[in-house]
Write a protein that binds this ligand. Structure first.
Ligand SMILES: Nc1ncnc2c1ncn2[C@@H]1O[C@H](COP(=O)(O)OP(=O)(O)OP(=O)(O)O)[C@@H](O)[C@H]1O
Ligand SMILES: [Mg+2]
Length: 274
């Protein structure tokens, strides 16, 4: 079964997009290096801000007929074919494919609100295509909206990025609770929280070190900690140039940490019997 990782946190700016895109590319690269027969990875952008789409394709003008919006609006039986048609290759790597977002997704939430089965409109067609990919990464918007619910329902593994700041970590239990509610409420038993990812960690800041320490000691959250990404301005420069962190600077501390994270995720997936 293809693992589907969703990056989620209703807190804005915590590194969901950066992580989804760089983990996707990192996974594909590591699988290729290992000689895996299939190292294609799909990145699904469910956020109407289109940031993941922009940095991995150089475009944010996907619209009604060539984005996730078209998939969500298609009749159920045609949605898998529409999905296959709108997926594009990333400019980062030909084995990284992107299901692009559109600003229209904002309106799609309202349009679909009263449609029966609306929350499954991503999961259903994605399940038809999943076997083509070694892994799938889903980027979500900073809210628990219908689009984010769709991402969670389609996923097997939720990764929650969080900045090491007090209010952000306080919000973590709410995020866990929300994911559990979706697992129970929409009957998606395969969905589990597989990692908490600390982002923008600055070891010079005492508060950051303190919160990371607290997180590590926490009975539940400590076990879920899957990586620590340092604060690194190379990340913003890479975004600006529509590059991955690895292409911008292979030795950038954030890139090194993302590769380590990829190794951890692969190991945990194997342990979980994937
Ligand atoms: N490790 C890092 N070091 C420094 N800056 C970073 C790091 N990770 C992300 N950023 C910067 O933080 C900002 C937010 O990152 P990103 O867009 O990945 O977060 P997000 O959670 O997807 O945001 P949103 O909630 O708006 O979708 C961006 O300007 C990005 O360049
Ligand atoms: Mg984002």
């Amino acid at each position: 079964m293809t693992r589907v990782f969703v990056l989620t946190n209703n807190k804005g700016g915590c590194g969901k997009t950066t992580s989804a895109a760089n983990i996707a590319l990192g996974l594909s690269g590591v699988l290729r290096k290992m000689g895996a027969p299939n190292h294609r990875v799909l990145l699904v952008d469910t956020d109407s801000q289109c940031h993941a789409t922009l940095v991995t394709t150089g475009r944010n003008d996907f619209g009604q007929d060539d984005s996730l919006y078209a998939v969500l609006m298609a009749p159920r039986d045609q949605a898998p074919a529409v999905m296959a048609k709108v997926i594009v290759q990333s400019t980062w790597d030909s084995d990284l494919h992107v299901l692009p977002a559109s600003p229209l997704l904002e309106g799609a939430e309202r349009e679909l609100m009263s449609t029966a089965g609306a929350p499954y409109r991503l999961a259903d067609p994605l399940s038809h295509l999943a076997n083509h990919y070694a892994a799938i990464l889903i980027d979500t918007r900073p809210s628990f909206s219908l689009m984010t619910e769709m991402g969670l329902i389609a996923a097997t593994d939720a990764i929650v990025p969080v900045e090491p700041r007090y209010l952000e970590t306080v919000g973590l239990m709410n995020v866990m609770h929300k994911i559990a509610t979706i697992r129970e409420g929409w009957r998606v038993p395969h969905l589990r929280v597989s990692g908490i990812l600390v982002t923008k960690m600055d070891t010079r800041v005492r508060g950051h070190k303190y919160l990371l320490g607290e997180l590590r000691e926490h009975e539940v959250l400590g076990r879920l900690l899957c990586g620590v990404i340092p604060a690194n301005e190379a990340v913003s420069y890479a975004h600006r140039q529509h590059q991955s962190i690895f292409q911008y600077d292979y030795h950038a501390p954030a890139g090194v940490a993302y590769l380590k994270l990829v190794g951890t995720l692969m190991k945990r997936s194997l342990q979980a019997g994937a």
